[in-house]
Design a protein around this ligand. Structure first.
Ligand SMILES: [Zn+2]
Ligand SMILES: [Zn+2]
Length: 266
């Protein structure tokens, strides 16, 4: 977190009530079958502290069960943890839902679980471990979290908004499970709040030239980390008054001088 000096438009005074916060809003845990088993709540938070991250979002495939334990693990640190999930829609598009608190994310999870069929095959897809803030295994989730839900993109976005969340199209720069790769475009009537660029894109210009419509959306760079070393590989710096969900919403809409200030890939 760094102090930023901002000019107040009305008074022309420089104020310091806004600060810069480094965020990575797409991190998987060991609950995602494709993520490393070392992605436990404690290890994730330790790594985030080392990388100087102030705000993170936990986004496992079609589930938020580990988010509450990452929130617990972060309590001794100055790190804000947003509970979220990466929903796979019926079009096989990945969509992030980020929520103001765990209770709201659970409502979304219930909806997604009701639209998700099949059982996990650990040999084929990997283990789905629910792990608490002490890195103890609580249970193994047996749902087919890697599968596609029966929710359409439209329904998933509507549902995220119904529960007060933010809907962000995951890794739009990637072919697999990105909205451009799957559909070829972003439908005009899809009311997403932002798009996400992955750590694989260092230069955004060619992507925007190919897909100019992407330029109209607020843009986050996030790591989509499945291993500890990838955490913070892509990040977004936000100008906020304090690290809260409300402030992030203000930054997305560029209100009250809050803003998405810069991006980085390392
Ligand atoms: Zn994804
Ligand atoms: Zn992901």
């Amino acid at each position: 977190m760094k102090t930023a000096y901002v000019m107040d438009k009305q008074t022309k005074q420089t104020t310091t009530y806004l600060k810069l916060y480094k965020s990575d809003l797409h991190i998987h845990t060991c609950l995602s079958p494709c993520a490393d088993l070392y992605m436990t709540p404690r290890k994730i938070i330790n790594q985030c502290a080392e990388k100087g991250l102030d705000i993170i979002a936990v986004c496992d495939h079609n589930s938020c069960e580990n988010a509450k334990y990452v929130i617990e693990a972060a309590k001794k640190y100055n790190i804000m943890v947003i509970p979220g999930m990466e929903i796979t829609t019926i079009e096989e598009v990945h969509l992030l839902g980020l929520f103001s608190n765990y209770r709201q994310s659970l409502k979304m999870q219930n909806k997604v679980y009701s639209e998700l069929e099949g059982e996990n095959n650990e040999d084929l897809f990997g283990v789905q471990a629910v792990v608490n803030e002490h890195d103890e295994v609580m249970n193994l989730n047996n749902k087919l979290l890697i599968g596609a839900s029966k929710l359409t993109l439209q329904q998933a976005v509507e549902c995220i908004h119904k529960y007060g969340g933010l809907a962000i199209c995951s890794h739009v720069d990637r072919e697999g499970f990105g909205i451009i790769g799957q559909l070829g475009f972003i439908p005009d009537d899809l009311s997403i709040d932002a798009i996400e660029i992955s750590c694989h894109t260092t230069n955004i210009k060619p992507l925007l030239e190919r897909n100019p419509e992407l330029g109209k959306f607020p843009m986050f760079f996030s790591s989509d980390a499945h291993t500890l070393d990838c955490i913070g590989a892509a990040f977004t710096v936000l100008l906020l008054n304090n690290p809260s969900f409300r402030e992030i919403k203000l930054a997305i809409h560029e209100r009250a001088q809050r803003q998405i200030r810069s991006h980085g890939v390392c």
